[in-house]
Each structure stands twice: as structure tokens, then as C-alpha cells.
Design a protein around this ligand. Structure first.
Ligand code: TRP
Ligand code: SF4
Length: 405
């Protein structure tokens, strides 16, 4: 886990199309994506196959939500001219990589992923003793590795999946990254960078290998990354030769843990469809108002004259997200002294949520009326993603010995 450093990383993340998005998604995920797309090459996709692993018996849930999800993304500012936005099942390369990775994935690694047992227990009404469900995190690894993503923004619950992805990548590179004549080929690749860079590369490598100089490793990696005129295979050799392991076909990604401001649900628990405590991104203004007006508050404030404690009230969490210092001070003082009533206190929150959702709802409505626009975004994003995916697969097939003919 880390923040993205100075290197322009490649970011990938996905969401399962299983429900309408709500404010928790907006503050926890989408605002982060919108920011990331400004600075990084981003791939955002709808993980419809992943949804199928748990919702295979409710097909319409998935098909209904694919387009709704895309509309919500676009309405929140995920921008198809900055990020590649696509649908997983439209890029069958993910499935091929999943299959190829399955050849080297020990069963125990999958059985030990915490979500495997947890979800089986939580979703008892479904039969999740399936091959597809066991393979869920491996499919996720394929999603990530096929784009050679460097950074994967995820919530806490998904960190174990990125960790598995790193282990799979390591195992894959170890198994298939050892080509005959690796050293000679790496040195030849280094010469192709030109005399000066060749010399620099070799001295940085030496510094790293002999003195463990991590900065030298970073500089050397950046040098390799800057090269425009070398083949992908040579780039992998040059990266792998730095630490001597062999070619790096599939780089290890990092989990980029989303440090979201805490955006709880209406009842103070995590905002989640299953708790029925959400405000959806396309909620009607009258509903937004009703839901916040009826939110529970500090139970000690039975009467208007009873003082309260904001720390015991979910409305206060909303103020933390939406209000400025002056308003917060007014809440603290007014609540503790019973100077304000809970409805007074909720008013600025209602206004802030309405102001936030208004443009999102409007953009979503325009997109609802123009389904062609949405479909074009998905089609174009998918084509662009496929180009990147195919490039990786050519390499994967080559090192696995599948490049005959
Ligand atoms: N498993 C993720 C979730 O449930 C969705 C997902 C699928 C994903 N593939 C991914 C997230 C690749 C990040 C990267 O939220
Ligand atoms: Fe909660 Fe505000 Fe009421 Fe205090 S005044 S209990 S913070 S709603």
C-alpha cells in the first residue's frame, strides 16, 4: 500500500454492477477516480463477470445495472477522454489470462483468500461452492495484470486480492521469465538504448546489486521507462535484469488504499444497500430531504431541551463531510447546550447534499435520455482497453511457449 509516487502510474479499478450507487460510493470511490484520471493513465471497468460469480441466478440484476452504473460514473465526472472506461466481458482477453494463470495457481492460495469463506457464509442462501467463485480473486488478478497496472485503488476488503495478484505475478515471472540467454539478451537490450544510457544503466545496476542502493534501482527503472524505441520484450528484460530475476512479464501492482472521509449511512453504520441506509446518487430532492429529516440523532436528545453529544450522532458525520468550520462550531455549541434543535442542525446538511446531487442528477438524466452516448463510451473504451490487453497477452503467450505458428 502506498501513494502513487512521481512516476506516472497506470491505475486500474473495477466495480461490480449489482446495485445503484449512493453517496458512500461517491465519497469513498468515485471522487478518488475523478482525481486520479487527471494525473494517471486510468482504466475503469464494469466487472460483470465478477457479478456473475455471485449473482448467476439473477441475470437481470446485472444487465439492469451495467448501464446504470456507467451513467452514474459519467454523471460523477469519470471522463472517457481521460480514462478508458469499459466492460469486462467485452474484453475476452481477461478470460484467457485467467485461464493461463490458473495453470500455476495453487488451490490453497485461493482457498485461503479471506473473502472466499466470509462470502460463502454471508450469502448462505446461494450455492457458492463453485469453481467460478473460488476463482473470483484470480479473475481479479487477471483484470489487473492484463493491463500491467501499477496501482489499484481499492477498499480495505479488496486488499487481500491485490496481495494475491502480487504473489501470482511473482510466481508467473519466476516460472516463465527465465528465457535462455537472458543475460546476453539483456546486455544487448541495454546497448540499444545508446552508448550513454547503456553505461548509465550498467553502473546503476551495479550500484544496486553490489551496494543495495535502492535509489539507483529507482533511477534505472525510470531510465528504462523513458525509452521510446525499444520493444516490450527488451523493456521487460531490462527491468528484470536490474534485480537479476529474469524478465518481468507481469509487474506487481500496489494496492492504493482509498482513504476516504468517513461517509456513513443514515443510521451511522457503513452506507450500504443491505442496511437500507443509503442516499442514492439519483435520489429525488424530496426523498433526500425526507431521509435526512428522519435520520436518528443522539438518543439522549429526547426533548428539544435535552443537550446532546455530536460524537454520538450520525448527523455529525455528515457535517464532517459537508460543513465548514463555522457551521461545525455552531453544531458543537448548539447541540451541547440544547441551543439548536436537531432539525435546525440537519438543515445545512440537507442543503449541502442537495447541492452536491443536483448536477449529478441532471447529468444522469441527460444520459438516460441519450443511451447511444453511453453505449459509445463503453464501445470506444473497450476497444482502447483491448489494445493494451492484447499487447500483454502476446507476451504471455510467448513466454509460456504458446507462440507457435
Ligand atoms: N472485486 C472488486 C469488488 O468487489 C471488483 C473488481 C473486479 C476489481 N476486478 C477488479 C477491483 C480489479 C479492482 C481491480 O469491489
Ligand atoms: Fe445530532 Fe445535531 Fe441533533 Fe446534536 S443537534 S443530536 S449533532 S442532529
Amino acid at each position: 500500500m502506498s501513494s502513487i509516487g512521481s512516476r506516472r502510474g497506470r491505475v486500474l479499478s473495477g466495480m461490480r454492477p449489482t446495485g445503484r450507487l449512493h453517496l458512500g460510493h461517491y465519497h469513498g470511490v468515485l471522487r478518488n477516480w475523478v482525481q486520479l484520471q487527471q494525473e494517471h493513465e486510468c482504466f475503469f471497468f464494469i466487472a460483470d463477470w465478477h457479478a456473475l460469480t455471485t449473482h448467476y441466478d439473477e441475470r437481470e440484476v446485472i444487465s439492469d445495472h451495467v448501464w446504470e452504473l456507467l451513467i452514474d460514473w459519467l454523471a460523477c465526472g469519470v471522463n472517457p477522454s481521460l480514462a478508458r472506461i469499459f466492460i469486462q466481458s467485452w474484453v475476452p482477453e481477461h478470460a484467457e489470462l485467467h485461464l493461463l494463470l490458473s495453470m500455476i495457481t495453487p488451490l490453497g492460495w485461493l482457498e485461503r483468500v479471506p473473502t472466499f469463506k466470509d462470502q460463502q457464509e454471508q450469502l448462505r442462501e446461494k450455492d457458492l461452492a463453485t469453481y467460478g467463485f473460488l476463482g473470483y480473486p484470480l479473475l481479479q488478478s487477471a483484470d489487473i495484470l492484463i493491463y500491467r497496472a501499477t496501482d489499484v485503488p481499492v477498499g480495505e476488503d479488496q486488499v487481500a486480492h491485490v496481495e494475491l495478484t502480487r504473489e501470482i505475478a511473482r510466481r508467473f515471472n519466476h516460472q516463465f521469465g527465465r528465457e535462455p540467454g537472458f543475460e546476453e539478451k539483456s546486455l544487448a537490450a541495454s546497448r540499444k538504448m545508446g552508448k550513454k544510457n547503456d553505461k548509465l544503466y550498467r553502473s546503476l545496476r551495479k550500484k544496486y546489486q553490489e551496494q543495495g542502493d535502492a535509489d539507483a534501482l529507482e533511477v534505472a527503472r525510470a531510465l528504462v521507462e523513458r525509452q521510446q524505441n525499444i520493444t516490450l520484450a527488451d523493456r521487460e528484460r531490462l527491468e528484470g535484469y536490474l534485480d537479476g530475476s529474469g524478465i518481468i512479464v507481469l509487474p506487481e501492482p500496489r494496492a492504493l488504499l482509498t482513504r476516504a472521509p468517513r461517509m456513513p449511512g443514515l443510521d451511522g453504520r457503513k452506507m450500504s444497500k443491505s442496511y437500507g441506509n443509503t442516499i442514492s446518487l439519483r435520489e429525488e430532492p424530496s426523498e433526500v430531504e425526507r431521509k435526512i429529516r428522519t435520520m436518528p440523532t443522539d438518543p439522549a436528545r429526547v426533548r428539544r431541551s435535552d443537550p446532546g453529544d455530536p460524537e454520538k450522532c450520525p448527523v455529525w458525520d455528515f457535517h464532517k463531510t459537508y460543513s465548514d468550520d463555522a457551521t461545525r462550531a455552531w453544531v458543537q455549541q448548539g447541540c451541547r447546550s440544547a441551543g439548536i434543535g436537531c432539525l435546525d442542525c440537519k438543515k445545512p446538511v440537507i442543503e449541502a447534499v442537495q447541492a452536491e446531487l443536483r448536477p449529478i442528477r441532471e447529468r444522469a438524466r441527460e444520459l438516460e435520455e441519450d443511451p447511444d452516448v453511453v453505449r459509445t463510451v463503453a464501445a470506444e473504451g473497450t476497444e482502447a482497453a483491448r489494445d493494451a490487453a492484447r499487447e500483454t497477452l502476446v507476451e504471455v503467450r510467448r513466454v509460456m511457449g504458446l507462440d507457435y505458428g
